[in-house]
Design a protein around this ligand. Structure first.
Ligand code: SF4
Length: 405
């Protein structure tokens, strides 16, 4: 029985979260070094041939440019907004995770899709592209600490428990954030659930509440809580499911009373932003506008002037008046890029410590060159595949999202 095994388990912090601060620095310089130098950061790196370790940034740039030209339209390179400049400059399209995957699905000509992002994004691209297309993640250790916090076995245990407790008490609809494994998207697909992004979370919640009395939201408790509050669900109607405790740490009665069950997961990057940082920004710049991502805590979101997805943050700043001042609570590579692209405005990160998403940051240009060299020679390195059944069920939850929003 699932609860018995949970009793004896010790909570563990996913390794990627421990590694999350590995690239934090105070000198504001995020310029890439050789991979050999970057190996000194205390994170796991995928092994690759030794010749790539010492290549200087300018050599890498020239060789990647050459390989890209050689592969032509057989290659499509996608870059998530949180990628470092030295990588995203090669992307044929930049975007958030879903925009990139959707785009990949329309590009039937490309044989190889090199996804400069993290693992769950490459999985989604594989689910949405045609069988002949190969999706490649340049470094297999580029995961996501938030996605790691919802392991499929724990989620299956939780789902079984909820079915048991709520069997005769209205339905529960599972919603998973895009930032989750294909296996969790598949669970949602086969249980009348849905996938959401940070821009359409509210619409999917509204839809779910027409289908059942409750929602199980995975894996980010903060996005779930902030969205629930926006829709008028009270904090007293929410509970957080701790996978390391029997029944998530709750009584059967409390579960039956809840309208929104939040998985105990979070983004290590966005939870760094605090109300205190907002106070400091306002003390320094009285006219500052504060925009944060809804993966931030409730307290931070409450204190900000506005909040929204990565695409929303880019839009709201680029459409603001010249001379505007913006303090931004999202990943630093993106904040720096928005600042460069809006020279008529003052744009800065709420956190004075420069802290990139450590898993995104693991796509070093040397890995990019390594996979492109392989493709040019007909060798596919680091292909990401999702098995057919999981992909079919996950596609149901993704298609449902597209029909709802
Ligand atoms: S920013 Fe947060 S949610 Fe996004 S990939 Fe990094 S750890 Fe995951």
């Amino acid at each position: 029985m699932a609860t018995l095994t949970r009793d004896v388990r010790k909570p563990t912090i996913p390794i990627t979260e421990i590694e999350q601060s590995a690239f934090c620095r105070t000198d504001e310089s995020l310029k890439s070094k050789t991979l050999e130098e970057e190996f000194k950061a205390g994170v796991r790196w995928q092994k690759l041939p030794i010749e790539y370790l010492k290549l200087k940034p300018e050599v890498l740039e020239a060789r990647i440019t050459e390989r890209k030209k050689e592969l032509g339209t057989r290659l499509l390179m996608l870059g998530h907004h949180y990628q470092r400049d030295e990588v995203i400059k090669f992307a044929d399209l930049r975007g958030d995770s879903f925009k990139l995957s959707q785009f990949a699905a329309t590009q039937r000509e490309a044989e190889y899709i090199v996804f400069c992002g993290v693992h769950f994004m490459a999985e989604t691209a594989d689910i949405l592209t045609s069988p002949g297309q190969k999706v490649i993640l340049p470094n297999l250790t580029a995961g996501c600490s938030m996605a790691d916090m919802a392991q499929i076995d724990d989620v299956l245990d939780c789902w079984d428990d909820l079915q048991d407790v709520l069997a005769d008490d209205g339905g529960i609809i599972p919603i998973t954030y895009m930032n989750s494994t294909a296996a969790i998207k598949a669970l949602c697909g086969r249980n009348n659930g849905i996938v959401c992004t940070s821009s359409n979370a509210a619409a999917t919640f509204k839809w779910a509440l027409t289908q059942g009395q409750r929602i199980l939201f995975l894996p980010d408790q903060h996005l779930g809580r902030n969205t629930g509050l926006k829709l008028g669900i009270g904090l007293d109607e929410m509970l957080v499911w701790n996978p390391f405790k029997p029944l998530g740490g709750h009584t059967r009665e409390a579960i039956r009373k809840a309208k929104l069950i939040l998985w105990q997961g979070h983004c290590s990057v966005h939870t760094r932003f605090t109300p205190k940082q907002i106070e400091q920004a306002r003390a320094k710049y009285p006219d500052v506008r504060v925009v944060v991502h809804p993966e931030c805590t409730k307290e931070t979101v409450d204190m900000a002037d506005c909040n929204g997805s990565t695409e929303y943050i880019i839009k709201v700043i680029s459409e603001s008046k010249p001379g505007s001042v913006w303090a931004v609570g999202t990943e630093i590579s993106l904040v720096n890029r928005i600042a460069q692209e809006n020279p008529d405005k003052t744009v800065f990160c709420l956190d004075s410590v420069v802290c990139p998403c450590s898993t995104m940051y693991r796509i070093h240009p040397a890995y990019l060159l390594w996979v492109l060299d392989g493709l040019a020679e007909g060798v596919v390195v680091n292909r990401i595949t999702v098995d057919e059944q999981t992909a079919a069920e996950a596609r149901v939850a993704l298609d449902r999202m597209l029909s709802v929003v």
